[in-house]
Design a protein around this ligand. Sequence first.
Ligand code: NAI
Ligand code: 15L
Length: 268
Amino acid sequence: PAPRTLLLTGAAGGVGTLMRELLPAYGYELRLLDAVPVPGAPDAIVADLADRAALREAVRGADAVVHLAGISLEAEFEKIVAANITGLHHLYEAVREEGVPRVVFASSNHAVGFTRRPREGEPPVPVDTPHRPDTFYGLSKCFGEDLAQLYWDLHGVETVSVRIGSCFPEPTSVRMLSMWLSPGDCARLLHAALTAQEVGHTVVYGSSANTRAWWDLSTARALGYAPRDDSEEFAGKLIAEKGLPEPGSADDLYLGGHFCVNPPRWPH
Ligand code: NAI
Ligand code: 15L
């Protein structure tokens, strides 16, 4: 049966706010958690990933966890370690202890950010391309994917690690034309990741069916994901406004784009 009660961590964030709106239509009951109060949700659990007891209580009885909480941009190494490494370990320990069968983990394109982006006629980047983080942030997502693999191999906790591209209401840069995951497609992808049979630990790229996509959506599609959106409708306006990336620039060369040279920093 499809999982029904979901713990959604990071519910006050950008993706969390979008998913709070869209996931209930798939029949999920959401339990929300964030380090800060979630606007309009007085019942949300306000807890830091440092708080193991709170996490254990939060996951109890849940059918699955969609784990979005954490530092979502570059930051001091120690801060990244606390939220995205130690905090992730706390979450997986809680999940293991409480017998929650599945996690969907928000990984990132920045786990492979220093990978060259394919040129015209070259194949898309596969999910088994080596990790090439572009930041400490990306490095923490590499760790997260490996932690997920360990909890599957050692403890039988299933995870779908979604290397999200750029999940925002609209793409706002030329790079995002290749990376964009529309909110509707994000909900479709999470639902596929939550309901597919026997995922073990599966890594997928998270983007819409973008004409300018750089990566391979086959493992996502194998879960049942059928994206409906394409960033191309925004291409004319964005390219006219911002121009194409300078040849040889990070935005031109690498999946991670400007994160490789001048990453935006946490907090937003
Ligand atoms: P965000 O920064 O808007 O939201 C993250 C949320 O996590 C915030 O509400 C924050 O309060 C909470 N948080 C941070 N540290 C915490 C802690 N120690 N304990 C409890 N809560 C904590 O990020 P966004 O954009 O919503 O991203 C969600 C997830 O998806 C993040 O893990 C991010 O790395 C990942 N991601 C997002 C992408 C995007 O395009 N938005 C792209 C790739 C990955
Ligand atoms: C990410 O991993 C960030 O969390 C998000 O804020 C975007 O910057 C995204 O990558 C991106 O590469 O556009």
